[in-house]
Design a protein around this ligand. Sequence first.
Ligand code: 0WD
Ligand code: CA
Length: 405
Amino acid sequence: MDHRRSHNPNSGQQNRHSAHKRRRDDTGRRPNHHQSQSGSTPWQNPLCSRGLSTRRELYERDFPVYKQPVEVGCFSLDSERRFFNDSRQLRYYAEPDRNPHFDLKDGYKDRYVKRDENLKEKLDHILRWILSHCPYVDFVTWRGHLTKLLTTPYEAREGWLLAVTRFRGTLYISEVETEASRRERENRTERHAEMMYWGYKFEQYTCADNVHSLPDPGGVVNTNEGFCTVVQTRLSDHRLLFSGEVDCRDKDPKAPAPPACYVELKTSLEITTPKQFKLIKWWAQSFLPGVPRVVAGFRDHDGVVVAVETFPVSKMSQLIKNCWKPTVCMNFCCDFLSFVKQTATEDDPGVVYLFSFEPHRDVTYSIHRDSQYSFLPHWYVDEITRSQLSPHMPSCYHAFSSLAV
Ligand code: 0WD
Ligand code: CA
C-alpha cells in the first residue's frame, strides 16, 4: 500500500514553505477578502488578509507522514436512517463478469427510495459514535470532507465551505453547502437525477447482504442505508478521527482485516481510465481510510455497464502520468489542518470558524458566534461536559482531558 512515510520525518520541515503566511502569491493572485463577523462579539482586525495559498508548487515536497489508518469502529444507518453501533449494513462484494451488461436504469421509477437531501446531518452520526467510544484526537470529520481538502490544489470548478469548532481541545470540521451547490442540487435535470441513481444501482448488482448470498437486482435501492467505518490515523502531527461510507468488503473470510478488505465501487463513462480529476477524487477518497481497491463499472450513455475493471489505489497516481501528485494533496491537507489549529483558538461549541475556498483563490475564513453555522448539537455538548465533570463517568473524562499532548 502506498502509505508512504518521509525517510526523515523532519526533512519536510526545512523546505517547508509557510504557505499561509504569504499574503500574496507570486502570480499576483489576490486572496479573497472574506473576513466577516456575525454574532455579538465583534472581532477587531482578525488577521485581515491572511489566507492559505492553494498553489500546487508550494506543496511539492516530501510526502508527509501518514500513518496506516486503523479501523477503531464502525456504524450502520438503516433504511430509515437510524443509527446502529454495529456492522449490520456491511455488504459483500460479488465479483461480476468483466462485461456484464448491467442495466443501471432498472428500478429508477419504481424501486428507489431516496435519502432526503434537505436534511443536513452534519457530524451527528460520528458524534453519536464518539459518545460511546471516547477517543482523543485533534480533528473529527467525515472522510468526504478530507477528500475535498486533498483535491483542492487541483480543483478548478467547485468551491467549498468548511465550518470548524474547537470544543475541549478537539477541532470538529463539518461541511456547509455552498450557494452554488444548493442551486445546482435544486435545479438538477431529470437526466442528472437518474444518473445519480446509476451509481447506487451498480452497487446493488455487485453487493450481497451475506457472505453466502447473491446480489438481488430485483430489490429496492434505498440510499438511506449505509455502512461507515471509523478510522484513526495521523497526518504529520495531526491526529485524525474520521468516518467514511464503505460500499462492501471481500467475502473471503481469510481476506485481510479492515480496512484492507474493503472495496470501493464506482461508475464512469470513460472506458479504461476515467478523466484526470475523477481519478484524483477516487484516489483521495480511498487512500484516506486505507481502502486498497476501487472496482469501476464503465457504462455507456444509456446506463448499461459494458466493462468492469479493478484499480489498485496504490497504482492510481501512475495511470495518468505527471498530471497530479499525491504529495501535493497530502501536504496541502496537512498545511490546511495546521492553519485551522492556528486560527480556531477559541474553545467554545457556539463559535464557528468558517473556512472558504473558491477555485484559483486562497483559503480564507470568517468567524461566527452562536450563528446558523453552529453545528455541535446540545445533546453532544451536554454529554461531553457532564462526563468530564462527573466522577461516575470516567471513560470520557480520561479520554477528553489531559491526554492532549
Ligand atoms: O449531509 C450531508 N451533506 C453530508 C452527509 C455530507 C457528507 C457526508 N454525509 C454523510 C452521509 O450521511 C453518508 O452516510 O456521510 C456519509 C458518507 O460519508 P463520506 O464517506 O465521508 O462521504 P463521501 O466519501 O463523499 O461519499 C462516500 C459515499 C458516496 O459514494 P461515491 O461512490 O458516490 O463517492 O457515500 C455516499 C455515496 O454513495 N454519500 C451519501 N449518501 C447519502 N447522502 C452522501 C449523502 N449526502 N454523500 C455521500
Ligand atoms: Ca462508491
